[in-house]
Each structure stands twice: as structure tokens, then as C-alpha cells.
Design a protein. Structure first.
Length: 359
């Protein structure tokens, strides 16, 4: 009989190691047998039940079992390493989760921002589209006015010359409100000329005097000739210190209606909405020249926006804005304010020395 495979349980009682799970049978008779406990701890360790194995190794180690102590130290080291790995994995998992939340939050914020900006973008797009259409001819005739054809409008900062008053012509007076916009003035004159030309077969010039209905003072003069039947020449006497002859390019400022009309060879090619001076700081009237042009950085220039176009009247000019919602109001200190896109257009269009008529 091989005694080396026998484990003593108690006096006159042994268990053979050749038996399957002998240590469990041994522990039934003696629950503190060190050899049986050591084998049980190994079984727990193989099953990844580390806490049970750890406790058994710890108790055996404290009772002086060197083999158990060795396995206790090894298991302890492995458990610490596993704990660190688990902790790192948890941290990494939390980090990934947090990054995902941040990413989703930023995406949601971007979507909300785009939804908020979309109406404004569409509005600006429609305004720009309208301005492009207006550039072709700003006086698009409406059905309400019952005028069939669009006309070419020319503007002169003077009275009708004596040469144009020679010969036979038909004269008509129309009384209007002093604050009537230039578009409506042209439409009224246009309609009157069409009515007059229908009733007269002679090839005569037609001159319309648009007068203030209160003071009876002539505000505008409109000249139409049969030879240039599609052209309407508008005259507005300008008072200023410069010769009354526009250059190739110039602008007319209708301060009462907050409009700027851009002229090329006296033809109105574009209309721009603008802000003018307050009641106590009005925009100066008269004929001026472009004195200086300066491009600015809208991020740092404040109320002056993208450009400054200085007039020959000191301290007055045309500039951009940091508040485009204010365009069309009367709240400046006397300067003319445009939105930044329009001031850049004007900056590129005008040259120093070009004329500005402010009415």
C-alpha cells in the first residue's frame, strides 16, 4: 500500500488522494485539515472564485503554511493587478460615455442653432435676391399702377436747361406731398405723361412740374421727349458749393424716405435702404464730394461696420453698422448708415471725388 498518497484526517482515519475530490471527503470529517483546505482553495482559484480562495490562503498562511503563503502572495498580486485593470477599464468606459454625451450635446446645439438661424438666412437671401432684381431696374411697375412697360430713369441735380425749354412743349403741374418717395414721384409723373401723350398727336415735349401741395414750390421736374419715349429724365435742383454736373458715378440720398439711389451716367441702377440722423442731429443736406474711403474690420470698428466713406463736410460720412436691424430708422448723429454688404458695394462703386446729393 502506497502511504504517500494517504492524508491523515484524524486518529486511525486516512483519505487517499487517488480518490476524486478527496479533500471534500476529508473536510466532512475534519473541516480544518490544512492539506484538504489547500486543495479546496486551488479549486476555488481555478473557478475564478478568488475571494473564497484568498480567504483560505490567508488563514492557512497565518497558521504557518508556507505553500499557502506563497499562493496567497501570488493571488494577492494578481488580484491587485486585476483591480487596477478593472478600474482603468471603468475610467475608460466612463470617459467614452462622457465624450459621447458631449458629442451628442454639441450636435444637438448645432442643430438648434441652425434652426434658429435658418429664418434669418432665408430672409437675407430673399432680400438679396430682391436687390439683384432691383439692380436691373429699380422701378418695376406694379399692376396696381396699370402701367405696362418699365422705363429708364435718369436723374439730374439741376433744373431743366433753357435749351430743353425751347420750342413747343406741353406743361403739367402735379401737386404732391413733400415726403413722397422718389419711386412714387416717378410713377405719378409717368402716368401723367402717358395720359397727356394719348390726348395729343403732336410730337411735343412734355414737362411735368411736381410741386409741394402746401407751399406750391417746385420739388421735381420731369422731361419726356417723343424721340426718347422710353426715357424719363428727373431734375432736382441741388444747392451746394460744387458745379452742378455729376461725374460718371454718383449717388442721390433721399433722407426723408431713408433711401439712397446709385447713379451711373445719371441712370438710377440701384436703390439702398439707409438710416439717417435723428431729429436733433439731422443728416446735412446739399451737394458734397467723396473725400476719403477707408475699409474697416467689422469685428473691431464698432458702429462704423465694414467701411467709412467720408464726405467733404467734415465729420460726416456714409458707413456700415454693427446693428443691421437699425437700417431704415432715424437714429444716427447725422451720418448715413448702411448694412455692411451695401456699404461694401458702395465702397467698390464710388471713387474719391464723386458727388453725393443729399436731399
Amino acid at each position: 500500500m502506497d502511504l504517500s498518497n494517504l492524508v491523515k484526517i484524524k486518529e486511525n482515519m486516512y483519505v487517499s488522494k487517488n480518490q476524486t475530490k478527496w479533500y471534500k471527503k476529508a473536510l466532512k470529517h475534519c473541516n480544518n485539515n490544512p492539506k484538504a483546505l489547500l486543495e479546496l482553495a486551488k479549486e476555488y482559484e481555478n473557478k475564478n472564485e478568488y475571494l473564497k480562495a484568498y480567504n483560505i490562503y490567508s488563514n492557512l498562511s497565518n497558521n504557518g503554511n508556507l505553500l499557502a503563503k506563497e499562493r496567497y502572495e501570488k493571488l494577492k498580486s494578481n488580484l491587485e493587478l486585476k483591480y487596477k485593470k478593472d478600474k482603468l477599464n471603468k475610467i475608460e468606459t466612463k470617459k467614452k460615455k462622457r465624450n459621447k454625451i458631449i458629442k451628442n450635446s454639441l450636435l444637438l446645439a448645432l442643430i438648434i442653432l441652425l434652426l434658429l438661424l435658418l429664418p434669418s438666412f432665408l430672409n437675407n437671401f430673399l432680400i438679396n435676391a430682391k436687390n439683384i432684381i432691383k439692380e436691373t431696374n429699380i422701378f418695376k411697375i406694379t399692376k396696381k399702377e396699370n402701367i405696362k412697360n418699365e422705363k429708364n430713369i435718369f436723374f439730374y441735380p439741376e433744373k431743366i436747361s433753357k435749351n430743353n425749354l425751347e420750342g413747343n412743349f406741353i406743361k403739367r403741374d402735379i401737386f404732391i406731398d413733400e415726403n413722397l418717395s422718389l419711386e412714387n414721384i416717378i410713377l405719378k409723373a409717368e402716368k401723367e405723361i402717358e395720359n397727356v401723350s394719348k390726348n395729343y398727336s403732336r410730337n411735343e415735349k412734355i414737362i411735368i412740374y411736381l410741386k409741394d401741395k402746401v407751399t406750391k414750390k417746385t420739388l421735381y421736374e420731369v422731361l419726356w421727349t417723343p424721340k426718347e419715349k422710353n426715357k424719363y429724365k428727373i431734375y432736382k435742383e441741388a444747392k451746394g458749393s460744387y458745379p452742378l454736373a455729376f461725374n460718371n458715378k454718383s449717388i442721390y440720398v433721399d433722407s426723408k424716405n431713408n433711401n439712397i439711389y446709385i447713379l451711373k451716367k445719371n441712370r438710377i441702377i440701384k436703390s439702398i435702404k439707409a438710416s439717417m440722423g435723428k431729429k436733433d442731429t439731422p443728416t446735412p443736406k446739399g451737394l458734397f464730394k467723396i473725400q476719403k474711403k477707408v475699409k474697416l474690420n467689422p469685428k473691431t470698428s464698432g458702429v462704423y461696420g465694414a467701411c467709412w466713406i467720408g464726405l467733404s463736410k467734415p465729420h460726416y460720412g456714409i458707413h456700415g453698422t454693427d446693428n443691421e436691424k437699425s437700417i431704415g430708422t432715424n437714429e444716427t448723429k447725422g451720418c448715413i448708415r448702411l448694412n455692411n454688404d451695401e456699404i461694401l458695394y458702395l465702397y467698390n462703386f464710388l471713387n474719391e471725388g464723386d458727388f453725393v446729393l443729399i436731399d
